[in-house]
Design a protein around this ligand. Structure first.
Ligand code: UD2
Ligand code: MN
Length: 353
């Protein structure tokens, strides 16, 4: 082998080496640029992932906040939804005072929160919607005293209530029971009342633990009053103030419409209640206490001579004498600040056969 061929041979090997080195460099460059790219890309990806995470977290937080606010709304609503079974404002027994010079304006001023005879608690939703029905004629002073005491009393009991005074126009014989039927029918025209309190105008409750709400059975709220030594007058006594649900009252077809003048319409209602297998409930004697404002028998409300005869026929007539046969001439419905005044005209009582 001559020198020239050795050089040629070497240079061939050298060229191969050169090509190999070049290839290696290309590979090294490609790899390094890829690596560099990856290294540079990582923070981008990282920030992308980070941003996504942030976004989802934000979304989750928003959802959480939304959920929280719904919970808040629900909480507000749920505290709004029920007043406690026992109101925290009850005061117990009280000594009632009746100021001779009291005026309607004064009572209105003392009760600015009452509008159109109605009120309901602002802090919670009342357990029952209660209509107080008061039969009335020519007893303005008694009505004033009753309104003065009853509004704060019912508010302390946290009730959603309305006071209806059903006024008998003219000089026809007074008919307490029929007036109360009218009150029930008219009151239901403006509100879906749950409970009805049938209330004499001259009886003022002394103890606000005597709840003006309805129960599973009809309630008689006057266990005793001042002028009868706070004792129950007789076993089946159902007069003065009673509480019946809408359904209990409709089940007995309300009061009879046929008791003109004083007496026994309350006993008639008790018989109806018992005929429907309902049982009269009463509060305890220390709670069911009333002051009856003194009065004598009114003109136009003389004792009803037919009352014993009427009492004997309840089981025969109750289905056709009551709410479903109560006809009257409605003269007016006025929404006064402290009560709703319903004035009705009853034609002369028909002769009882
Ligand atoms: C008893 C009963 C009463 C009723 C009555 C017999 C009690 C406490 N009360 O009341 O519920 O059964 O006997 O009918 O046992 N009224 C007027 N103007 C009148 C007449 C009556 O507004 O001219 C109203 C008023 O709401 C009065 C109610 O009718 O409170 C009952 O009449 P009452 O007070 O003269 O009869 P009283 O006290 O014997
Ligand atoms: Mn009375």
């Amino acid at each position: 082998m001559g020198l020239s061929s050795v050089i040629l041979h070497l240079s061939y090997k050298f060229r191969l080496l050169l090509i190999f080195i070049l290839c290696m460099m290309v590979v090294a460059w490609a790899t390094s640029s890829y690596l560099v790219d990856t290294v540079q890309e990582t923070p981008k990806a990282k920030s992308l992932v980070e941003n996504f995470r942030k976004a989802t977290m934000l979304e989750k937080e928003n959802q959480k906040k939304k959920a929280m606010s719904t919970v808040e709304v629900h909480t507000v609503k749920s505290t709004m939804s029920h007043c406690p079974a026992l109101s925290p404002y009850l005061q117990g027994p009280s000594q009632l005072k009746f100021k001779a010079s009291l005026t309607l304006e004064e009572v209105q001023k003392e009760n600015p929160q009452v509008a159109k005879g109605r009120h309901r608690p602002v802090e919670c939703s009342a357990l029952q919607r209660v209509a107080i029905l008061i039969p009335h004629r020519n007893r303005e002073t008694h009505l004033l005293y009753l309104l003065e005491h009853l509004h704060p009393f019912l508010q302390r009991q946290q009730l959603d209530y309305g006071i209806y005074v059903i006024h008998q126009a003219g000089n026809t014989k007074f008919n307490r029971a029929k007036l109360l039927n009218v009150g029930y029918l008219e009151a239901l025209k403006e509100e879906n009342w749950d409970c009805f309190i049938f209330h004499d105008v001259d009886l003022v409750p002394e103890n606000d633990f005597n709840m003006y709400t309805c129960d599973k059975q009809p309630k008689h709220l006057v266990v005793g009053r001042n002028n009868t030594g706070y004792r129950l007058r007789y076993q089946g006594y159902f007069g003065g103030v009673t509480a019946l649900t809408r359904d209990q009252f409709s089940k007995v077809n309300g009061f009879s419409n046929n008791y003109w003048g004083w007496g026994a319409e309350d006993d008639d209602l008790r018989i109806r209640v018992e005929m429907q297998k309902m049982r009269v409930m009463r509060p305890s004697p220390d709670v069911g206490k009333y002051t009856m404002i003194f009065h004598t028998r009114d003109r136009g409300n003389e004792a009803n001579g037919e009352r014993m005869k009427l009492l004997r026929q309840v089981s025969r007539v109750w289905k056709t004498d009551g709410l479903n046969s109560c006809s009257y001439k409605l003269l007016s419905v006025e929404h006064n600040p402290l009560y709703i005044n319903i004035t009705v005209d009853f034609s002369m009582p028909p002769k009882i056969s």
